[in-house]
Ligand binder design. Structure first.
Ligand SMILES: [Zn+2]
Length: 451
């Protein structure tokens, strides 16, 4: 089955705007997620996207491309806007089509799956004479996923988990409409994904959490792990060889109110790793052990005005398989604990000194702190692997292609590469990281003593 997937607008055309959001960004994120879900989980699906980055592309260009490619279905993703009072979901097929048409049947199935997951008011199934519905040679559908200028809908749009759910609804519907066959679970070589639904010092608390999850029909059990010589009881709610299955479970766990749950990616070979005193040769690829709060707290212990970037380092680190907490330590080193006392200025959101070589070349700038962290992690990914960049997020590291791919698998191997001459660069990152771990451990000890 050949799916032409069309995130509305892009580049110079932002689409609808409101609530600090632009339609083009949300449609792109949802569409990329749809593609990932379909390609990861189903056999015999090819997806061609009208755009997979923030580029300008005309409507005729899109429909011509779908027509000449011979797509079986055209799915266009949009976000609505009105006057701030309208809200909800609606979708469209061309107004020349009857309710018994093949296109209408596909739409019925997709609509039913989307509406199950999107938490939006149902404005119903509609018809219109839109270009992408009229000029396509194959069945075509356009969905309007909420109103960007309505507070309820816009608040949802800001949540990654909502965009994931909307994508999942579309993917489920397309799979149903076209009878896509699920891939048999093929383990991703080398990586497993654990859903961690809490970490406790006291066994009884972990047992309580397991009991609670069981009461919600979520499988869970306790595993012990050693962090800095101390035993912790971790509640594991499933282990998966497929990342999207782990994400689906994570969503279930979030939905029952456990909002601090997260996915831990691990090399399959070492299923019970424990972060021991940091050796030289510590790999750049690997799990993130510290929580966002633990990272932020450490940064603030030195610089009370440090921005809270821990959650970005965790999210992007886990997605790319990079140790996000060590990358955070690298950022502390590069920015002098976010005090920016070197040549890079705070407004550049460049936490890793990307491209900064001297006073006349102060390096890259990023639109937001989130984008700056994403670039940092992508730059590490370029050094640590020879794999193509994973495509959930756009490539924002402007120097990705200048890196000799796979040329540094450990933090100390960055010496002389990330920092020149930098004979102790990696060692400084790791010794900072050790400080973070010890600081966190002392914090936890203080909490324990006060129990
Ligand atoms: Zn639109």
């Amino acid at each position: 089955m050949k799916l032409y997937l069309d995130p509305g607008h892009g580049g110079a055309d932002p689409g609808a705007t409101g609530s600090g959001l632009a339609e083009k960004d949300i449609t792109l994120d949802i569409a990329l997620k749809i593609r990932t879900i379909l390609v990861t989980n189903y056999e015999n699906i090819e997806v061609l996207m009208s755009r997979s980055a923030d580029i300008t592309k005309g409507l005729a260009e899109r429909t011509n491309e779908a027509n000449s490619w011979g797509a079986d279905f055209y799915m266009s993703i949009h976000i609505n806007a009105f006057n701030g009072t309208a809200q909800g979901y609606e979708d469209y097929i061309h107004n020349s089509l009857s309710n018994d048409s093949v296109t209408a049947k596909y739409r019925d199935l997709i609509y039913a799956e989307v509406i199950k997951l999107n938490q939006l008011i149902d404005r119903g199934k509609k018809k219109a004479d839109y270009h992408v519905l009229r000029e396509t040679a194959m069945p075509a559908m356009l969905s309007e996923n909420g109103f960007i200028d309505h507070p309820h809908d816009a608040a949802l749009m800001k949540q990654d988990s909502w965009r994931q759910n909307v994508a999942q609804g579309h993917a489920n519907g397309i799979a149903k409409a076209f009878g896509l066959k699920a891939k048999s679970e093929v383990p991703v070589p080398g990586t497993i994904y654990k859903v961690i639904a809490g970490s406790f010092k006291l066994r009884a608390n972990a047992d309580d959490r397991v009991t609670f999850l069981h009461s919600k029909n979520i499988e869970a059990f306790v595993v012990t792990t050693t962090i800095s010589g101390e035993t912790w009881y971790r509640v594991q709610a499933g282990v998966f060889s497929n990342r999207s299955n782990a994400e689906a479970r994570l969503q279930e766990v979030h939905n029952v109110g456990i909002t601090d749950a997260f996915i831990m990616a691990e090399p399959a070979a070492s299923s019970t790793p424990s972060p021991q005193p940091v050796p030289t040769g510590y790999a750049i690829l690997g799990p993130t052990y510290l929580s966002p709060e633990q990272m932020n707290r450490f940064a603030k212990s030195v610089n009370p005005n440090a921005p809270e970037l821990g959650s970005y380092y965790l999210t992007f680190g886990e997605y790319y398989g990079i140790r996000g907490d060590v990358a955070f330590s690298q950022a502390l080193h590069e920015t002098n604990y976010f005090r920016f006392t070197g040549i890079v200025k705070p407004e550049q959101n460049n936490f890793a000194g990307i491209g900064a070589t001297g006073p006349s070349n102060t390096g890259a700038s990023f639109k937001t702190p989130e984008e700056g962290v994403l670039a940092h992690i992508q730059h590490l990914y370029a050094y640590a692997t020879t794999q193509p960049l994973l495509d959930k997020y756009p490539q924002v590291d402007p120097r990705f292609h200048l890196v000799k791919r796979g040329s540094a698998s450990t933090w100390t191997a960055l010496n002389g590469k990330w920092a020149v001459p930098g004979t102790t660069y990696g060692q400084s990152i790791l010794s900072n990281y050790e400080k973070m771990i010890n600081f966190t451990k002392q914090n936890l000890d203080t909490i324990l003593q006060s129990l």
